[in-house]
Design a protein around this ligand. Structure first.
Ligand SMILES: NC(=O)c1ccc[n+]([C@@H]2O[C@H](COP(=O)([O-])OP(=O)(O)OC[C@H]3O[C@@H](n4cnc5c(N)ncnc54)[C@H](OP(=O)(O)O)[C@@H]3O)[C@@H](O)[C@H]2O)c1
Length: 300
């Protein structure tokens, strides 16, 4: 299996859209415009969407911006995702949350996303979550249609195990360029379950969501694990004249697979700080000190 795809590139950080609309700060079109322009000034041009964000409303919000500022479309890259079917007033037919990677659902969802986003293509399309009923032939057929119609430039998956990734790649007519998975100092699975090894082996770019545990690291808590992590990161923050969030991002970035974090913040100042963090190089020992703080167990 070789997924090397030299034509696929990402910014050093991806700007996540999940919390900018109805599921978070509810930016209006001009706030979104300022936010996007500020990101572009930093060279961050990748924006991560999914059909479900904001209960199927955040792509629409972004589409309002692109209607107002069609010139932005050629300056940005958009990721969208589909296959999660969420209970929502906007989808009254969904009695429960479930996953659907049928060819018809993928094609219908993507067409809907394009309409909502007010664009005729996305740069990257991800299967959002593994569907136990996935028929890889059908997904491959959907990818083929989307590629040849020009509606999708690149393809990938999210939250896939290594075997699910291998399976789909075997059938897919296009290389899978990323597996977007959860990684943070609070979510360590990808370091040991083969996910990042697979990315390294096949030159797949790992993109990682909730790099700060969805903000759990910063919230008021008496959770011992979080307190240990903050203490260890605080010591390094002093050494590097940095902030704790920058140290925790540098910790993720140290992995040799070339992780690209998907940031969830709604505050541009935090995005600026995150970009500065890409220059911090922790030592091996410091990386393991933070790992120990997370696990609460001495490295053997
Ligand atoms: N593929 C998937 O299944 C999947 C799942 C979840 C998310 N995602 C993607 O990943 C993106 C990021 O996920 P996430 O939002 O959970 O990421 P995150 O960056 O771990 O969490 C963002 C939350 O943490 C807070 N935060 C971030 N930095 C902070 C700091 N320095 N101090 C205090 N609070 C801080 C933010 O608040 P402020 O806004 O106040 O900074 C926000 O509420 C999403 O937008 C989405 O695009 C993908």
């Amino acid at each position: 299996m070789s997924n090397t795809n030299p034509s696929f590139e990402l910014s050093p950080l991806i700007v996540g859209m999940m919390r900018l609309g109805e599921w978070g700060v509810k930016m209006n079109t001009s706030e979104l415009e300022t936010f996007v322009e500020q990101c572009l000034e930093l060279g961050l041009i990748d924006f991560d969407h999914a059909d479900i964000y904001g209960s199927y409303s955040t792509e629409t919000d972004f589409g309002q911006l692109l209607k107002k500022r069609p010139d932005l479309r050629s300056k940005i890259k958009i990721t969208s995702k589909a296959t999660v079917r969420l209970v929502s007033d906007r989808r009254p037919e969904h009695r429960i949350n479930y996953y659907d990677s049928s060819k018809s659902h993928i094609l219908t969802s993507l067409d809907r996303s394009l309409k909502e986003l007010s664009t005729d293509y996305v740069d990257l399309f991800l299967i959002h979550r593994p569907d136990y009923l996935m028929n890889p032939h059908e997904v491959a057929e959907a990818f083929d249609v989307l590629k040849s119609s020009g509606k999708v430039k690149h393809f990938g998956v999210s939250n896939y195990s290594t075997s699910q990734f291998d399976l789909l790649q075997t059938y897919s007519p296009v290389p899978l360029v990323t597996n977007q998975v959860e990684v943070s100092i609070l979510e360590l699975g990808a370091f040991s379950d083969g996910t990042l090894d697979q990315c390294l082996k096949h030159k797949i770019i790992p993109t990682v969501w909730s790099p700060f545990g969805g903000g759990a690291i910063f919230q008021d808590t008496d959770d011992e694990r979080v307190l240990r992590i903050r203490k260890a990161a605080g010591i390094l923050a002093e050494k590097y004249n940095a902030q704790i969030d920058q140290i925790l991002l540098a910790w993720i970035l140290k992995h040799p697979s070339g992780i690209v974090p998907v940031l969830g913040t709604s505050k541009f100042s935090r995005i600026e700080k995150a970009l500065e963090a890409t220059k911090i190089e922790l030592t091996h020992q410091e990386w393991y000190e933070l790992l120990e703080a997370s696990t609460g167990v001495r490295v053997p």
